[in-house]
Design a protein around this ligand. Structure first.
Ligand code: GRF
Length: 210
């Protein structure tokens, strides 16, 4: 049974998709041990509590320095003995020490088809604003492993979503969530939990290490 930690900053609709998939058998061999937020007001924490999942808030503001916050974050992750850390709308940069220690065990969902509209500055609605500005007809979402760069780790799954005439950043954001994010994030977790990652970035990452 894979022990998951889900890290969040906001509403937690991706967290909800993971909870639902565990409940309805879309994800097997995995359970959520803890939900960790940097934001005390994150609704995702309520979703976790409603499902009897440990909901932890570690706010950078409660620490004297970034270093102290990073230490506490890593300490919390270690304490739970997590096998896989899922970044589901987590808006804090992951400390380098955690990336090293948990290499190929941290995944992230990004609301575009990487390598488009990703990297520094592309988060939240900004991603969809940029896609609309460029006039792409297809966008989507990507699940990838987290490495030292921004949105640069090995890709696990992607799903395309059509951009429709009259779309605003908000309508596009919602469609990308409904049609792509809430599907491929649980799917990727299920693949990892059941050892079905043969043709993905994980094997590529492993080969590089060897
Ligand atoms: C999603 O669009 C995700 O792709 C991005 O942040 C958003 C989180 O939404 N990284 P939610 O908190 O899961 O509702």
């Amino acid at each position: 049974m894979l022990k998951l930690g889900v890290m969040v900053s906001g509403g937690g609709t991706n967290l909800q998709a993971i909870i639902d998939a565990i409940d309805n058998g879309g994800i097997t061999n995995a359970g959520i041990k803890a939900v960790i937020s940097n934001n005390p007001g994150a609704y995702a924490l309520e979703r976790a509590k409603a499902h009897g999942i440990d909901a932890v808030c570690l706010s950078p503001k409660s620490f004297e320095s970034r270093e102290e916050f990073h230490k506490a974050l890593l300490g919390k992750v270690d304490e739970y003995g997590l096998d896989l850390i899922v970044l589901a709308g987590f808006l804090v940069t992951i400390p380098a020490a955690m990336i090293q220690k948990y290499r190929n065990r941290i995944i992230n969902i990004h609301p575009s088809l990487i390598p488009s509209f990703c990297g520094v500055g592309y988060y939240g609605l900004k991603v969809h604003e940029a896609a609309l500005k460029r006039g792409v007809k297809l966008t989507g979402a990507t699940v990838h492993f987290v490495d030292e760069g921004v949105d640069s780790g090995p890709i696990i799954l992607q799903k395309a979503v059509e951009v429709l005439p009259g779309d605003t950043p908000k309508t596009l954001q919602r469609r990308v969530m409904e049609e792509a994010e809430w599907k491929i994030l649980p799917q990727a977790i299920d693949m990892i939990a059941n050892g079905r990652l043969k043709d993905s970035g994980l094997s590529a990452a492993k080969e590089e290490e060897e």
